[in-house]
Design a protein around this ligand. Structure first.
Ligand code: 8IG
Length: 283
């Protein structure tokens, strides 16, 4: 992590956004895409790469440590819009404070992004969603036991209690379905992780209404909604959740499923970014 004297995570995000703007030579960005495990190859071909920097070169950003996460931050021009692509994220299970887990999203929003697309790899609890299927998030269950809104909170940073009624933007979900009419939608259960679930835990999650299970995204969604950005969440199903297939679970399967679904995920992301409303920037 870069040395910094700032402990206020919002100020740190503003510092990171300023460092980002000067490193990539783009003053403001319109949208951000966080690429989860298996989504890395979907970024190639999204648009014209203006600049690419190591994420860890920005204040407050640790180097990602999980396989399948590149750890780069790219500034792209997609259909005339300035798009930040964060290839990799850090996870709560890695032992980072929640503020660090959501720092990339807060930085992107401080850089101007009003739209945040959060992608991840997930286990499927719903038999309708097979391996290799991208699924739009309709909602989430935050079962991490943590929140970016817990702890000391500056009085000048908006609402203390974030409204999560439409955590995942109905408008962006509709746009995603226009781009790819066969996409399903489901509820994502975000767990602390570090281990996959037991079959009993998966039966519990199914009873709770979860369709997908993973170890990311929910904290970032809360942080993004607090700062007023619109969120689109998309999971790529890379395995059936524990107990739903004859096999055990392995991180390598996750990466392989991502490679197979790459073209479809790329087309989805590109279609969504090109379909965003608002003035196109001139770059
Ligand atoms: I990929 O089955 C992926 N990430 N918790 N459970 C949890 N996280 C996951 C899973 C899964 N698959």
């Amino acid at each position: 992590m870069s040395a910094t004297t700032n402990t206020d995570p919002f100020v740190l995000a503003e510092e990171a956004a300023a460092a980002l703007a000067s490193a990539v030579g783009v003053e403001r960005h319109d949208a951000a895409v966080v690429l989860g495990s298996g989504w890395g190859d979907a970024a190639a071909g999204l648009g014209t790469v203006i600049a690419e920097i190591p994420m860890s070169s920005l204040p407050g950003m640790p180097a990602p440590s999980v396989g399948g996460h590149k750890g780069t931050l790219s500034s792209l021009s997609v259909g005339g819009r300035a798009v930040l692509v964060l290839a990799g994220r850090c996870h709560y299970y890695e032992g980072h404070p929640v503020a660090t887990v959501v720092h990339g999203v807060r930085t992107a929003i401080a850089a101007g992004c009003r739209t945040v697309v959060l992608t991840n790899a997930a286990g499927s609890i719903n038999p309708a969603f097979g391996v290799g299927t991208p699924v739009v998030l309709s909602d989430h269950l935050n079962l991490t036991g943590a929140s970016p809104m817990a702890g000391p909170f500056p009085s000048d940073r908006g609402s203390r209690f974030v409204d999560l009624t439409d955590a995942y933007s109905p408008r962006l979900r509709a746009l995603a379905h226009r781009v790819d009419a066969t996409l399903g939608e489901g509820v994502y259960a975000g767990l602390l992780g570090g281990a996959y679930e037991t079959p009993a835990e998966i039966r519990m999650l199914r009873l709770l209404g979860a369709d997908l299970v993973g170890m990311s995204t929910v904290l970032e969604t809360i942080a993004a909604r607090h700062l007023g950005a619109e969120v689109l969440g998309v999971s790529l199903v890379t395995n059936l959740a524990a107990g739903l297939s004859g096999d055990g679970l392995d991180h390598h399967d996750v990466l392989a499923a991502g490679l197979d679904a790459g073209p479809r995920m790329m087309a989805l992301l590109r279609g969504v970014l090109e379909g965003l409303e608002g003035p196109e920037t001139t770059m």
